[in-house]
Design a protein around this ligand. Structure first.
Ligand code: NAD
Length: 457
């Protein structure tokens, strides 16, 4: 089957790809299983050197990567540059340090000589995404390869060119092609990876797909990074100007196509009028094609438009936007949906587009309750000058990450970043540890007969 890369700013086909056949995917996983053994037995310094070289090549090719992402995914160049520099390159040394600090655990006592070693999972099936296609690829490929795994990687069909470029960087750095394997295609090819003999799956995408993967993957480790519906809790004692700017950017970056962007805002009655007025003024100043990116496809835009219509049925009032833009490309007007009080039920599904919902609440407790009244648990933000109180609020929010007076800036390489509730299955430890499994070795090294064994005679 053919897949097309399309420029969402112009609605033009840039390149066509042939999807990898199902048979090829099975063979690829088989070969990766063999290649992984050799990769894992290399001295650590060789894998470290390959990872450092990947970082060097990314720096060298930064402009090319940024241009590709702009062309194929519509992402603003500055944001991409920042994401690569601050969130990939700044984290590489940390990955290496984390890996070097992994030590065999010794649980020996007088009776048992026991240790726990950490070994690679094996072959990691990685199914990628298009909204941060390069970042998401690297924050999986780097720790997976460093820890001695092979990877079978399928970029999103909406970002095949970026996926190809990421793979070419990894190969150029010396990682063999059967250790980092590229599969091209869409949901069918993703399914084939899920149902194959890979030892672990890393998936970034929607909740519905995540649920299907859970049913089809069988028993194996899953790292699932899924949808979100992040809340912003605005407190009465907020620095209004800072919050307006932060929530404008945090709500509308990349055309709202960000898992951890602010999608719901809860604002107390006392400051609601001022906040809403200034926020809407701010939204009206944002320009399509400049601050506001296009949606990835026309179907995605239709979905957002339908969701906005559903929200209106739930009692939302449109304060600005609320329709498809009329210029070329898949643009949707930046939109504010307003719920005048907490008796109205806010539209509860994630809207993956430039739409921010604002609800007026009585107080912070009500804001926390409504923020937590959601199946999602990815991120949240709290806006208050009283940062101690904000930390208390942060602790009561049922999400993997909470920003205070800030948003959308994960720890480099998302070393710790994961969702609660339906937003995913995160690693219980840092990202390096996700790609290692435990091997317990209990050695009766003196070859003694144990006194509790059955008598032989
Ligand atoms: P999607 O689930 O449709 O697709 C994501 C990837 O999965 C693609 O590579 C696709 O080809 C593949 N795929 C689709 N169906 C599959 C199946 N049945 N089995 C295996 N693979 C399959 O995602 P989308 O709608 O394109 O992306 C948007 C969603 O991703 C949003 O909900 C967003 O919040 C989420 N997201 C989450 C994170 C995170 O880190 N939590 C990051 C980015 C995006």
């Amino acid at each position: 089957m053919k897949i097309k890369s399309i420029n969402p700013r112009t609605d033009t086909v840039i390149k066509e790809f042939e999807s990898t056949s199902q048979k090829n995917i099975v063979d690829t996983v088989k070969n990766a299983k063999k290649a992984q053994k050799d990769w894992a037995t290399l001295p650590t310094r060789d894998r470290v050197a390959a990872i450092q070289k990947i970082a060097k090549i990314i720096e060298r090719d930064l402009d090319e990567v940024v241009d590709l992402i702009y062309e194929e995914c519509g992402m603003p160049k500055e944001e991409t540059e920042g994401a690569i520099a601050d969130d990939i390159l700044a984290g590489v040394d940390r990955f290496i340090e984390d890996y070097k600090s992994v030590k065999t655990l010794d649980y020996s006592d007088e009776v048992f000589e026991s240790k726990v070693e950490f070994i690679p999972q094996g072959v990691v099936g990685h199914i990628g995404i298009w909204n941060y296609p390069f970042w998401q690829t690297m924050i999986t490929a780097i720790p997976a390869l460093l820890t001695g795994n092979a990877v079978v990687y399928k970029p999103s069909e909406l970002a095949s060119m970026v996926g190809e470029k990421a793979a070419s960087i990894i190969w150029e750095a010396g990682v063999p092609k059967d250790v980092f394997n590229l599969v091209l295609g869409g949901s069918e090819e993703g399914r084939a990876i899920v149902e194959s003999d890979v030892d672990m799956i890393v998936f970034t995408g929607g909740i519905e797909t995540g649920n299907e993967i859970i049913k089809k993957a069988g028993i194996k480790p899953l790292l699932l990074e899924l949808s979100g519906n992040d809340a912003a809790i605005v407190c009465e004692d907020v620095n209004m100007e800072q919050a307006i700017k932060g929530i404008l950017w945090g709500g509308l970056l990349h055309g709202g196509q960000v898992c951890i962007r602010i999608k719901r805002v809860f604002v107390p009655e006392k400051i609601a009028e001022d906040f809403v007025k200034r926020y809407v003024e701010g939204v009206k100043k944002l320009k399509l094609g400049k601050e506001i990116s296009p949606l990835i496809r026309d179907q995605a835009r239709d979905k957002v438009d339908n969701q906005v219509k559903e929200a209106i049925k739930s009692g939302a009032k449109i304060l600005t936007g609320g329709k498809k833009a009329t210029i070329d490309g898949y643009y949707y007007e930046p939109t504010v949906l307003f719920y005048k009080d907490s008796d109205l039920k806010m539209y509860g599904e994630e809207i993956f587009g430039p739409v921010v919902q604002i609800q007026v609440v009585k107080n912070e407790d009500e804001a926390i309750r409504l923020a937590n009244d959601s199946v999602y648990g990815l991120g949240a933000t709290v806006w208050s000058k009283d940062t101690k109180k904000a930390e208390e609020i942060a602790r009561s929010l049922e999400t993997g990450t909470v920003w205070i007076n800030d948003s959308n800036c994960p720890i480099p390489c998302a070393v710790y970043c994961g969702g609660e509730k339906q937003s995913g299955i995160a690693s219980s430890q840092n990202r390096i540890m996700s790609f290692l499994k435990k091997k317990t070795i209990i050695n009766n090294s003196k070859c003694e007969t144990r006194e509790w064994w059955y008598p032989y005679e």
